[in-house]
Design a protein around this ligand. Structure first.
Ligand code: SF4
Ligand code: MG
Length: 320
């Protein structure tokens, strides 16, 4: 089968004062197969959210190419993108900010159905919209009474269910979820992740699932891409990458995850913060924090290359 989403050489940079520029996404290539969940992990400030927004063309990209369903969407204008918007949707971290507080949930969910025509190119009737709203509530396990309420009348977890329902309204194929459970209580996180997983299976959805929390990504992803300062440093099957990481950054991230049973964090191997994307370190951009850096690392940037086990790693000295 062909990839649902294929990205090559993607860059997103912002011009700053004094001729400087910020490279948020720096030459990223990846693909996402239909029905797959690609987890995107890394500390905050690594470009995950920016990449997610680029993938759906919610922002312009600086260079590279994005194919969605085989079609080049890299430079499409808003009008040309509109019909495609039905098939690719985003769910954001802040469940409250993305819902207009003055509108009832019924109106919020109906809005995309009123704007977009149905699959036969016809305007949806009020009866068809009502039926779809009921289906959407069932899908996210909210009661029908939710339609008449306002966003503030719900808990954070319920509001995220409303956001998910809205993203599903037009029956998309691809959903990019940007830290969709990070703002929720830990007890609620599991429920919402389970909902994402159930919907994925039930509806055959494809996700790009952005998270800084490895436990979340481990739970839902088929494959994982680890990002550091705008580039992918390791990419492969979830089990392979998270159980036997080879890149020192992935190793540090996995060591920082609390032990699931005991709940006591292991010593955090990762010291300091992510450097500024304006003044990136030379050579390997992880060298300032890498425990096994060598002189070569400051001089030469490692490229992402495929290993025998199918994963890709960008490191001169992968840690077997
Ligand atoms: Fe560390 Fe060098 Fe590998 Fe970069 S290339 S991760 S600095 S060992
Ligand atoms: Mg982010």
């Amino acid at each position: 089968p062909a990839p649902l989403l294929a990205v090559s050489g993607l860059r997103k940079s912002y011009a700053l004062a004094r001729g400087q520029s910020l490279h948020a996404v720096d030459d990223i290539s990846l693909h996402v197969m239909p029905g797959e969940v690609l987890g995107l992990v890394g500390e905050s400030g690594c470009g995950k959210s920016t990449l997610g927004r680029c993938l759906l063309r919610l922002t312009d990209v600086s260079a590279g190419r994005i194919l969605f369903e085989g079609r080049d969407i890299t430079t499409l204008g808003e009008a040309a993108l509109r019909p495609l918007r039905a098939r690719m949707q985003m769910v954001f971290q802040d469940s409250y900010a993305s819902l207009n507080p003055r509108r009832r949930v019924g109106d919020l969910l109906a809005a995309p159905l009123q704007v977009h025509k149905d699959e036969n190119g016809r305007k949806r009737t009020p009866a068809a919209i009502k039926a779809r709203l009921d289906t959407l509530l069932d899908l996210v396990s909210l009661p029908r009474t939710a339609l008449n309420k306002y966003p503030h009348e719900f808990s954070g977890g319920q509001r995220q269910r409303i956001n998910i329902a809205r993203a599903l309204a037009l029956a998309p194929r691809l959903i990019v979820a940007d830290e969709p459970v990070s703002a929720l209580d830990v007890s609620v996180q599991a429920q919402v992740i389970n909902l994402f997983a159930d919907l994925q299976e039930q509806l055959g959805l494809t996700y790009v699932f952005v998270a800084h929390d490895l436990a979340v990504v481990r739970q839902i992803s088929t494959r994982v891409a680890v990002m550091y300062l705008g580039v992918i440093v390791e990419l492969g099957d979830t089990d392979t990458v998270l159980h036997t990481p080879l890149h020192p950054y992935t190793q540090a991230l996995t060591q920082a995850v609390p032990r699931p049973v005991v709940g006591v964090p292991r010593p955090v191997a990762l010291r300091g913060d992510v450097p500024s994307p304006i003044n990136r370190p030379s050579g390997c951009r992880f060298h300032t924090r890498c425990p096994v850096a060598q002189p070569r690392c400051t001089a030469e940037e490692p490229v992402l290359r495929a290993l025998d086990d199918g994963r890709q790693v960008a490191c001169h000295f992968p840690q077997y």
